[in-house]
Design a protein around this ligand. Structure first.
Ligand SMILES: NC(=O)c1ccc[n+]([C@@H]2O[C@H](COP(=O)([O-])OP(=O)(O)OC[C@H]3O[C@@H](n4cnc5c(N)ncnc54)[C@H](OP(=O)(O)O)[C@@H]3O)[C@@H](O)[C@H]2O)c1
Length: 314
């Protein structure tokens, strides 16, 4: 089968399409013919070698964590998922590999694809939507009365976080470049600020949840604009974040949290329902064929992608 691999860490030029053996599903896995995959910043960081201690140096390595496709085989222990079922989902761990014609996945990593979406649209959803859902709901404890600020609102995670926060009835302040404010309003943002012009941490407003999607605001800087029991949720696993989470975990009042997305079959089913009832929709910057994988990685690395980059798999 055709798969995107890289044989050394480096810039996007290290990516190549090659022929490798298709995988065989284990007893608890299904085999999926991938129709579309999506790119995430994680793919860029892994390719550059930033997560060497987690990925190891076992080349060739693979890219892609989001997928949409059809079940074409399954292990003996898998029940309830029939061949031909259209599915979407995400890989956990550090291996990746959805930019390939076939993948094997475990049953917690996928769910049935929303009926009203193409495979390209469905591939744009899982990792970013589950991140936003798990950050706002599980870490932030979002409620209808919540005042929510989303920093990095027009990107992959942010564009879903705006819509999901509105689904819960919250009031959403979205931080993004002015050029993206029309998009953010369309997604439901109540107030938009351009982070180039406005430092929200100097605002007189307070937030029950400050979702630092972009990951450049420290808890200490955001604390003044958190409400009495406000929560700052970061996406970035780094020492200052861990320290703030540890420091506030057993104390009442303002607190710091870190979201680490996990594939969850129930969350994917909830997302499917939201999509099919037009509560949320994918936001897609571009759809590129697999041969253009390096261009997709280059665009993702700009940190100014509007929503998602999707790769079609032949
Ligand atoms: N912990 C986890 O489980 C987890 C899961 C998913 C993602 N993440 C991490 O979350 C981060 C965001 O992921 P993503 O997929 O949303 O990335 P993305 O799509 O590349 O995010 C791009 C967005 O970042 C905004 N941005 C750029 N510079 C900014 C700045 N100085 N201040 C505020 N916003 C800025 C851009 O806004 P404008 O273009 O409007 O300027 C753009 O909309 C990444 O670091 C990713 O690794 C972590």
């Amino acid at each position: 089968m055709k798969a995107v691999v890289f044989r050394s860490f480096g810039d996007a030029d290290v990516l190549e399409i090659t022929d490798i053996d298709p995988p065989t599903p284990m007893e608890d896995e299904v085999l999926i013919k991938v129709k579309a995959a999506a790119i995430n910043p994680k793919d860029i960081f892994i390719r550059k070698g930033y997560f060497k201690e987690r990925t190891g140096n076992d080349f060739p390595m693979r890219t892609g964590f989001d997928f949409a496709g059809e079940i074409v085989g399954k292990g003996s222990q898998v029940q309830g998922f029939e061949t031909g079922l259209p599915v979407y989902g995400m890989l956990d761990g550090w291996g990746g590999g959805t930019c390939a014609q076939f993948i094997t996945v475990k049953v917690h990593q996928f769910s049935q694809k929303p009926d009203n979406l193409s495979f390209e649209e469905a591939a744009a959803l899982p990792l970013v939507s589950l991140t936003a859902m798990q950050a706002l709901r599980d870490e932030g404890g979002i409620r209808a009365e919540s005042q929510v600020c989303i920093n990095g609102a027009s990107g992959g995670v942010g564009s879903m976080a705006v819509q999901i926060a509105k689904r819960f009835g919250a009031t959403v302040t979205a931080m993004g470049s002015t050029v993206n404010h029309t998009l953010l309003k369309t997604l439901g943002a109540d107030i938009c600020y351009d982070y180039h012009q406005t430092d929200i941490t100097n605002s007189r407003r307070t937030f029950d949840i400050f979702f630092d999607v972009f990951g450049n605001r420290l808890f200490e800087t955001v604390e003044p604009v958190l409400s009495e029991n406000g929560v700052w949720v970061s996406t970035v696993l780094r020492p200052e974040v861990i320290a703030a989470v540890d420091r506030t975990k057993d104390t009442p009042g303002k607190r710091a949290r870190l979201v680490i997305v996990r594939p969850d079959i129930r969350d994917l089913a909830t997302l499917r329902q939201w999509v099919e009832t037009a509560v949320v929709k994918p936001v897609i910057h571009d759809v590129l064929p697999m041969e253009k994988i390096a261009d997709a990685h280059r665009q993702q690395a700009t940190k100014h992608t509007r929503g998602k980059l999707v790769v079609t798999i032949p």
